[in-house]
Design a protein around this ligand. Structure first.
Ligand code: ATR
Length: 280
């Protein structure tokens, strides 16, 4: 009788019911030779340690980590990959054969992979403007610095948080820009990335002018509800190239899948249709 090697992985968060990750990973299980299943598990912050023990016992190959556990999971893990250490946050855990656990962070690679696939000739010789200073901003900044971009201009409503990122991750290549000067900074940027929640359904829009932006500027919004935010609509009307937030989600998931199963997977039309259906 053939041995059926079913790989199980999951996402943990609290709440978790809105997660699109099961759609993405189960699509890849259905369309690759990796036979497995991915589920969403609601884990209360007080139960993180117990969850991890159960995960090891149950043979889970690994799991994704989302809000509010990305930082809190760290003390429970045996090792951290350098990128997760730099980020101070984990979105992917691999459970090794010996039961030890390693934390990774694939958010930055997800963001950069989608950027490169969407706009292969994005202007990487110019400074980038990153808006926001939360976890997503850290991912964007690290991803961009690893691409050898000359300078990242970072702006945030609460300036001190941007300064902390500059001091921790900057390597001399991050300049903090006043929140009120964000439109002027956009005119000097080759890439503008919104990492704040502004523009999301139910949130205020991001107030920034792209009037003086150069014609080759790329505008990237990590918000994907709606898929076309006001920022991206304004950019499109100005004939600037745009990148939406859904691909970042898919490509960070692809990087997790590779960590667990050593398998390359892709963002195909069928997956895009499934995600659009979920979002509508
Ligand atoms: P994440 O980890 O997903 O990036 P976060 O840490 O909550 O989320 O960060 C949210 C970002 O959106 C922050 O940069 C936040 O700015 P502050 O640091 O000043 O709070 C930004 N943000 C949220 N609402 C905002 C608003 N109304 N105006 C400006 N920035 C806002």
């Amino acid at each position: 009788m053939p041995v059926i090697d079913t790989k199980t992985s999951a996402v943990i968060g609290h709440p978790i019911s809105q997660s699109l990750s099961p759609v993405i990973h189960n699509h890849w299980f259905e369309n690759s030779d990796v036979d497995g299943f991915y589920c969403a598990i609601d884990v209360d912050p007080a139960d993180l340690g117990m969850f991890l023990e159960n995960a090891k016992q149950s043979g889970l190959k690994g799991f994704n980590v989302t809000i509010p556990h990305k930082t809190n999971i760290i003390p429970f893990l045996d090792r951290l990959a350098p990128i997760a250490r730099q980020m101070g946050a984990v979105n992917t855990v691999k459970i090794m054969e010996d039961g030890s656990t390693v934390g990774f962070n694939t958010d930055g690679i997800g963001l950069i992979t989608h950027l490169k696939k969407s706009v292969p000739d994005w202007p990487k010789d110019k400074p980038a403007l990153v808006i926001g200073a939360g976890g997503a901003a850290r991912a964007a900044v690290l991803g961009l610095l690893n691409e050898n971009i000359p300078m990242v201009m970072l702006t945030n409503r609460t300036r001190e948080k941007a300064e902390t990122i500059r001091d921790e991750l900057g390597r001399g290549r991050i300049t903090v820009v006043e929140w009120d000067d964000r439109s002027a900074a956009a005119s000097a940027a080759g890439l503008v990335v919104n990492t704040t929640s502004l523009g999301m359904i139910g949130q205020p829009t991001l107030d920034i002018s792209l009037e003086s932006a150069a014609s080759d500027t790329v505008v990237y919004d990590i918000v994907f509800k709606p898929l076309e935010t006001n920022l991206l609509k304004t950019a499109r009307e100005r004939r600037l190239r745009t990148v939406d937030g859904l691909g970042m989600l898919v490509y960070q998931a692809a990087a997790s899948f590779k960590i667990w199963f050593e398998k390359e997977v892709s963002y195909d039309d069928a997956l895009h249709s499934k995600l659009m259906e979920k979002l509508s």
